[in-house]
Design a protein around this ligand. Structure first.
Ligand code: FES
Length: 149
């Protein structure tokens, strides 16, 4: 398996690891297949700008690298722009991931969305284009070898 230099960099030196005290929103998601869990914390100001983002994971190296990159990409952005973050854009920013690791980037994307959902719930607002997060995340685009039909 070949990882890009950027993936290795974000894996060995992950940005934004940790948690936030009194976050505006937190999101926790898990992948039923690999059993990995991701939690994202967001600090969002009154203008809807993400001032800070942190993550914690019981996840693999690709999950660490994608969450590191994802949190970097949404910091300083408005929530409407953070919503446009996709696992594809995170993967592109990392110069790609091996196909069997795509679901790890989905975990990062979904944790961000779950944290935005939590923020919207707490604020009593609706964010256009944001849906209630699922409990378990499945990658709809790729199937790995363990999947049985
Ligand atoms: Fe589960 Fe990567 S193998 S998140």
């Amino acid at each position: 398996m070949q990882y890009s230099e950027k993936v290795m960099d974000h894996f060995t030196n992950p940005r934004n690891v940790g948690e936030l005290e009194d976050p505006s929103g937190t999101g926790t998601v898990g992948n039923a297949k690999c059993g990995d869990i991701m939690r994202v914390y967001l600090d969002i100001d009154e203008n809807g700008i993400i001032q800070d983002a942190k993550f914690k994971t019981f996840g693999c190296g690709a999950a660490v690298a994608t969450s590191s990159m994802a949190t970097e990409m949404i910091k300083g952005k408005h929530i409407s722009d953070a919503l446009k973050l996709t696992n594809r854009s995170v993967m592109e920013a990392l110069d790609g991931l091996p196909p069997i690791k795509v679901h790890c980037s989905v975990l990062a994307e979904e944790a961000v969305r779950a944290a935005l959902w939590d923020y919207a719930e707490k604020k009593g607002i609706k964010i256009d284009g944001l849906e209630k997060p699922a409990d378990d995340i499945h990658d709809g685009h790729h199937h790995d070898l363990q999947e049985s039909d």
